[in-house]
Design a protein around this ligand. Structure first.
Ligand SMILES: *[C@@H]1O[C@H](CO)[C@@H](O)[C@H](O)[C@H]1NC(C)=O
Length: 330
């Protein structure tokens, strides 16, 4: 631009140059101001709590490691790789105090498996932290084993989990926090619903609703025990206070122990469970829930349990707990 204008005359060229320089200068200043503005915003955002409180306040840490944590109650069946993977993952979560492996296989766990798991637990626990690792060996193979009473539990909270799904520690600790606010309630990641059957064929008045109806209506009334927190007292209740006919039904049909647990807790609390948001990672191939006829069986369970309890204790709700740190826009 300057070379072209120099043909016209030196004075005009100089004017142009000066104008160009001052324009560039003011652009730079504007850019600089803009950068300062963004920088200040970032600073303020990072120090938001002290910013709001004029520098003399800070939020208390969300550290729960110094308090009583939870017991991992893991159900497994001849999938040692998944078991190793799960235990290895959950021992890295700060709130974990104890691991109970529900063992229902005819043979006891092999020495090498016990050794391997003990090694994982030890190498993942640092400083003066201690994690208990216990195999709960059962003589008979029954789905009720999953909720056998734990003798001398280390914690009030139980985190019940299947061996083929993994949740990141952040999700687990979040759900644990929700449970601490409502320790009588089941808190977990997999919601289900009982639907009312308008047609009433076969005398069924309820239908078991899986993932779709929950997604469609945003309503649920059960939290499955394959990924949930509940109070340790419910293991005692399930083992000792459930009607024998119900336990027999679960054992014989090899299904619905999780629905039974949901019924029992709902009957005791007269309140709905709480669905906590969490990221789910399936590490095994999908189990019986993907097979055909599964939801028909589940519907039978819901109706059977409703008649055993003498009423429908499940309470529907739309509440979902989410981590407010991830939801900045109110
Ligand atoms: C349901 O709750 C009632 C009232 O607490 C109790 O008496 C009853 O035993 C419970 N039923 C079952 C099947 O647990």
């Amino acid at each position: 631009m300057v070379t072209r204008t120099s043909l016209v005359g030196r004075r005009t060229a100089q004017k142009f140059r000066q104008a160009a320089i001052s324009a560039a200068g003011s652009l730079k200043i504007k850019l600089l101001l803009f950068c300062c503005f963004i920088f200040t915003l970032t600073l303020l955002a990072n120090r938001a709590p002290s910013f709001l409180g004029c520098g003399q306040q800070s939020i208390p840490p969300l550290d729960r490691t110094s308090r009583k944590g939870y017991t991992l109650l893991i159900n497994t069946w001849k999938r040692y790789d998944l078991l190793k993977q799960s235990i290895s993952h959950y021992t890295s979560c700060p709130g974990l105090d104890s691991i109970h492996i529900v063992w229902s296989e005819p043979d006891p766990p092999s020495d090498s498996l016990v050794k391997f798991l003990n090694h994982i637990v030890k190498s993942n626990t640092k400083n003066d932290r201690y994690i208990e690792l216990i195999f709960d060996i059962n003589k008979e193979d029954s789905l009720n084993n999953r909720f056998k009473e734990i003798k001398n539990p280390m914690t009030d909270a139980v985190f019940s989990i299947d061996d083929d799904i993994i949740f990141p520690c952040s999700s687990v600790e979040f759900a644990f926090g929700v449970w601490q606010s409502a320790p009588d309630t089941m808190v977990g990641f997999v919601p289900r619903i009982h639907l009312i059957n308008q047609l009433k064929e076969n005398g069924n008045s309820y239908i078991y609703g899986g993932w779709w109806p929950v997604w469609w209506t945003g309503t649920y009334s059960m939290i499955l025990s394959k990924a949930s927190f509940f109070h340790i007292k419910y293991l005692h209740m399930y083992t000792n206070e459930m009607p024998a006919s119900l336990l027999e039904y679960v054992k014989r049909n090899r299904n619905c122990e999780d629905i039974a647990m949901s019924f029992m807790v709902a009957n005791a609390t007269n309140a709905p469970p709480i669905w906590a948001k969490g990221n789910i990672f399936e590490i095994g191939s999908t189990g019986i829930s993907s097979l055909g006829g599964h939801s028909k069986k589940r519907t039978e369970c819901v109706n059977r349990f409703a008649s055993l309890f003498g009423r429908m204790p499940l309470v529907p709700t739309n509440v979902k707990a989410i981590d407010s740190r991830g939801a900045w826009f109110w």
